[in-house]
Ligand binder design. Sequence first.
Ligand SMILES: Cc1ncc(COP(=O)(O)O)c(C=O)c1O
Length: 456
Amino acid sequence: MAIDSRREALLRHTFIDFMQTAEFLRHPLIFERAEGLHYWDIEGRRYFDAIGGIFVACLGHGHPRVLEALREQAGRMAFAPPLHGISDITLDFIERLGGVAPGNLKFVKPFSGGSESTEAAMKFARQYFKQTGRPGKYKFISRYHGYHGGTGAAMAASGTGPRKTKFEPHMGGFLKVFPPNHYRRYFSDWDECNRFAARALEDVIIHEDPDTVAGFLVEPVGNTGGIITPTVEYFRMIREICDRHDVMLIFDEVITGFGKTGSMFAAQTLGVTPDIICCGKGLSNGVFPIGAMIAREDMADAFYGSAEQNLQFAHGHTFAGNPLAAAVGMAVIGTIVEEQLDLRARRMGDYLASRLERLKEYGVVREVRGRGILRGVELVKDTNSMAPYPELGTALKRIAVEQGVILRVDPSWFAVSPALVASQADIDEMCDLIEQCLAQALDAVQVRAVSSRGGE
Ligand SMILES: Cc1ncc(COP(=O)(O)O)c(C=O)c1O
């Protein structure tokens, strides 16, 4: 894409997330509009959105029911100050979200995105323990490769290497364990990797002193690190471990929530109910910023008392739970429930996985992972050495944009998560494009490797 001097100057006055501006200016991408499963750039070129924005546009861009809900609410009331009261539609939203959450997760606090939700969940857990006679429980354990947001505690809980080390030192009280895939080189059996990873969590809790550990924060399917997909047994084990040591199990479902794994929440797909769920992204369909923390109903009792007791959750954000966000969230949940889009994601997800499995023919795919419509492909130099193949991913990312498909590539794996409404024909179109791009990327890196060896 060619850009004019004004746009180029403006791009130097801002930054694109996690990207070098100089690099972006070599291959700029400026979107102009979006509809359904596609974007169009300022030159009118069409792109297949294989990742729902970024795990966000779960009903497809510009979904009419969601847009109408926003318009209708904007005409009635766009803002109600959360410091003075609450809007009636926000109460409706609390009922709606609590109604689709698993178990007795009914205590809902809406926010404006994922980071606010994970940040709040950790504060909530700490205050909960202070008010229930266990004030020493303050530490959080999370996982290497996990990402929980860009704010203070969310970043401290993230395990994303250079993305977080730039801002160190982080606040104290944050510890990490490895996700199961880290142990693949030590165990030939995937189930055993999972068992070992779960047992390692218990070891850390015990050695830290359970009386100091407040929570374990985990993405059920971990995006960063390559759609890390532990076994159901892993989750059953960590649930038992958290129960044994009175540690809050907090699921970060910012990506996995709202149908993608084949149920409204991954917790339901896995059959394990956490103490708190954090959500965001898909709940908005990209129409208005929204996130939420959903906690066990009985935890709320610890925050209920007289004015003198002053037990309320000492937390708030100006835009949290605003009426526009609530209206959008209601429309998104309503559409998923009424059109059974979670079940559709399960069905289409199986088809998507079978299409991605075919990429193994190229000899550079180690695994296709994920649940439902949320899938990832791990790229390796060859399937004997299993060495990661970042050069291939880097070439794939560039070629995919050139060929008109938007993926999440990082750089030895790529993820896809098309909207829940994607048809089999849409998935075929997307997978054909991906295959074409992978073949071209492979040619490009192999040609480069040969020429850097002086030609062979
Ligand atoms: C798993 C997970 N948690 C939390 C966040 C933070 O959400 P937000 O960017 O809406 O603050 C993200 C964002 O990518 C995420 O992927």
